[in-house]
Design a protein. Sequence first.
Length: 327
Amino acid sequence: MLNIILYIIGLVISLIIVVKSADVFVDNLVEIGSVLGISEIILGVTASAIGTSLPEFGSALIASLSGSVDIGVGTVIGSNIWNIAGILGISATVSGVIRTNKKGLTRDWLMTLITGIILLIFMFFGDIHWSASIIMVAAYGYYLYLLIKSQREQNHVKSLEEEKIDESENNQNKRNIDKKTIALVVIGLIGLIIGCRILVFSGVELARIAGIPAMIMGLFTLAIGTSIPELVVTLSSAMKGLHDLSIGTVLGSNTFNILIGIGIPALLMTVPVEPLSLTFDAPVMLFVTVLLMVLIKAGKMKLNRIAGIILIASYITYAVIRLFILV
């Protein structure tokens, strides 16, 4: 009984750490981005997405190396479903609307969809080996190249516009990155990782006490637990009006989770594929990815509150079917 109380206290304390750390991380990351001239959506799919995905990556890697492969793969797939249906659903419902940029959305959403299809194909042919890992890591490298190329184009257009501004005026607008801002980004990220690890540990122990199977633990307990940084960052960004950062964080996180979160462990050891993950979980992941684009298109490049409710309902339906019908 004492252990249960301690785990619950751990959950509450770690949640407070994660919420505060995410707020510090987002505010200072946007400040650095504005100084460097980096767009919100690029920040979202790179620094913010990778930073908030470190808990999933760490959980998947540690689980794979320790032989708990059901938890590792389940954490990644479950996290990706939750990221779109749960996190964006909750963020859109609470904030009322999340707007997005058509060009950035198409690029990042398409990469997320292709990444999911790549994973499904590898799963269809059996266990995921080092050869698949090389393709995954190379695909992520290509994605980063596309992002860098896009940012260079944006900077070129911006520099042409700035040439029209008086040089003295331009110099007044130039700012340097404050060391304190960089330190706060690092502190926020460390807080996210530490807080999330405490949260996951407490959640896993409570799940074990309740007798929850490893695959279900990965799909739900660990997936949602390790995705709390994305939830807090995405919701915080949406509430602050940083809509491109919200969408970018989720899409970039999903791409990173698969290509690196599964790709790196598969480079070190063979990752087995559970039949139900192939026939149900992975297809659901692709379904919610397509559903997201459909809802955004229907909302004229906006994810409104109704769309958010639809996404949440989709996740609840998936969870009920997975937990009570297919288990």
